[in-house]
Design a binder for this molecule. Structure first.
Ligand code: ATP
Ligand code: MG
Length: 348
C-alpha cells in the first residue's frame, strides 16, 4: 500500500529547501560582488544562514500548521492536549495529530457501519410489521366479504365466518399489544411491581396452563427443585410472561415424546433458572439475532407453527428491566437451553 509522507517530513523537507535556497542566494551574492571574505568566516556564514533559515522557516511552518491543527481538532471534537508541545515546535506533534485523526476516522467508520446496520434493521422491521399486520387484516376482510356476498339466511354459516374473522382480529390485537409493550419497555415507560414470590409455584401454574398442549405433543414438563419453594424478588406477573413464552416455545418447537426441564442454580445473590428442551435446536447463525423483534429461526420449519417472533423480545425486555440477564445455548439436533437470572429474596 502506498503511504503519503507525513506532515512532519513535509515541513522538514520544505524548511530544508528554503534553507538551501537562501544559502544559494548568499553564495550567488558573494560571487557576483566578488566579496573577499576570510575562508573560515565564509564557511561559518554559510552554516549560520542555512541553520537560521531552516529553524526560522520550520518554526513559522509549525505555527502555521498549528493553526490548521486547531481546526482539525475542532472538527474531530477532541481537546487539543499538546498545545505546549506545539509551541515548543516538537516534532512529535504532527505524529500525534496523525494518530488522533486516524483514531477519529476509525471511530467514525464504526459509527457509520452501526448506523447502516440500524438502517437495515429499521427497514426489515417496517417490512416485518407490515407483513405481520397484513395477513390477519386480509383474512378478516376475506371472511367478512364472504358473509356479505352470501345468502344471509344461513345463520350457522354466517356465525362460522364471523368467528374466523374475529380470531384474525384477535391476532391483530395481540401483535399490536406486543409491539406497544416492547416500545414501552424500550422507552423505559414500564414500571415493575416488585415483590417476593415463590418461583416454583409460578412455574407449576404455567405448567398447568400448557399441560394440555404438552400432552398433545407427548412432551413431559418437569421442575427440578431441591427446595419446595424458591423465593425471588421481582414482578411476578412479568416473570410469568417470561415463563409462559419460554415454556410454550419449548413445547411449540420441541419434538414429540420430548422433555422440558427447569433447573435452578443457586448463585450468591441470584438464582439462575434454566429451561431446557431436547427439541431440534437452533443453528448457531440464528442465535445472535434470536431476541430481535420478529426474528424467527428456520422460517421453513416454523411456517406451520403460529408465532410472530415477538415473544423473546418481550422476554429479554422484562429480564433486563429487572437488571438481570438472559442467554440462549443451542445446537441443531441437541435441544435448546434458555437461562436467565433473578434476584434472590433475602428476608431482613
Ligand atoms: N425452544 C426452542 N427451540 C427451537 N427454536 C426456538 C425455541 N424457542 C424459540 N425458538 C426460535 O426462536 C424464534 C423466536 O421465538 P419467539 O418466542 O420470539 O417468537 P415466536 O414463538 O415465533 O412467536 P411469539 O412468541 O411472538 O408468539 C421462534 O420462531 C423459533 O424459531
Ligand atoms: Mg414464542
Amino acid at each position: 500500500m502506498r503511504r503519503s509522507a507525513s506532515p512532519n517530513i513535509i515541513s522538514l523537507l520544505a524548511s530544508m529547501a528554503v534553507a538551501i535556497f537562501s544559502t544559494a542566494i548568499f553564495l550567488f551574492i558573494t560571487a557576483i560582488f566578488h566579496l573577499k571574505i576570510n575562508y573560515s568566516v565564509y564557511i561559518i556564514n554559510i552554516f549560520i544562514i542555512f541553520l537560521v533559515t531552516l529553524l526560522l522557516f520550520r518554526f513559522v511552518l509549525v505555527r502555521f500548521i498549528y493553526s490548521k491543527i486547531k481546526i482539525i481538532y475542532k472538527t474531530i471534537g477532541k481537546p487539543l492536549k499538546f498545545q505546549n508541545e506545539v509551541k515548543e515546535g516538537s516534532k512529535n506533534v504532527l505524529k500525534t495529530v496523525e494518530r488522533d485523526v486516524a483514531e477519529w476516522a476509525i471511530n467514525k467508520n464504526k459509527q457509520i457501519r452501526e448506523l447502516r446496520k440500524m438502517e437495515q434493521y429499521r427497514k426489515e422491521f417496517v417490512g416485518n410489521v407490515s407483513h405481520e399486520l397484513k395477513t390477519p387484516i386480509f383474512n378478516a376482510q376475506g371472511y367478512i366479504e364472504t358473509v356479505l356476498d352470501s345468502d344471509l339466511d344461513d345463520p350457522a354459516f354466517i356465525k362460522q365466518y364471523l368467528e374466523k374473522a374475529n380470531s384474525n382480529i384477535e391476532r391483530l390485537e395481540t401483535i399490536v399489544t406486543d409491539l406497544l409493550e416492547i416500545s414501552k419497555f424500550e422507552s423505559g415507560r414500564i414500571e415493575l411491581n416488585k415483590e417476593a414470590f415463590d418461583l416454583v409455584k409460578l412455574i407449576k401454574k404455567v405448567f398447568f396452563q400448557y399441560q394440555h398442549i404438552a400432552q398433545q405433543q407427548k412432551i413431559s414438563l418437569k421442575c427440578h427443585s431441591e427446595e419446595n419453594a424458591v423465593f425471588v424478588f421481582g414482578d411476578s406477573k412479568r416473570i410469568m410472561q417470561v415463563l409462559e413464552n419460554l415454556i410454550s416455545n419449548s413445547i411449540k418447537y420441541g419434538k414429540e415424546n420430548g422433555h422440558t426441564d427447569i433447573y435452578f442454580h443457586d448463585l450468591e445473590d441470584q438464582y439462575l433458572v434454566e429451561i431446557v428442551d431436547d427439541g431440534p435446536g437452533i443453528s448457531s447463525e440464528h442465535l445472535p439475532r434470536l431476541f430481535e423483534r420478529f426474528y424467527r429461526a428456520d422460517k421453513s420449519r416454523n411456517r406451520k407453527i403460529n408465532g410472530t417472533g415477538l415473544g423473546l423480545s418481550i422476554v429479554k425486555n422484562i429480564i433486563e428491566a429487572h437488571e438481570q440477564t438472559i442467554n440462549v445455548r443451542s445446537e441443531l439436533e441437541n435441544g435448546t437451553t434458555f437461562s436467565f437470572t433473578l434476584q434472590k429474596y433475602i428476608p431482613e
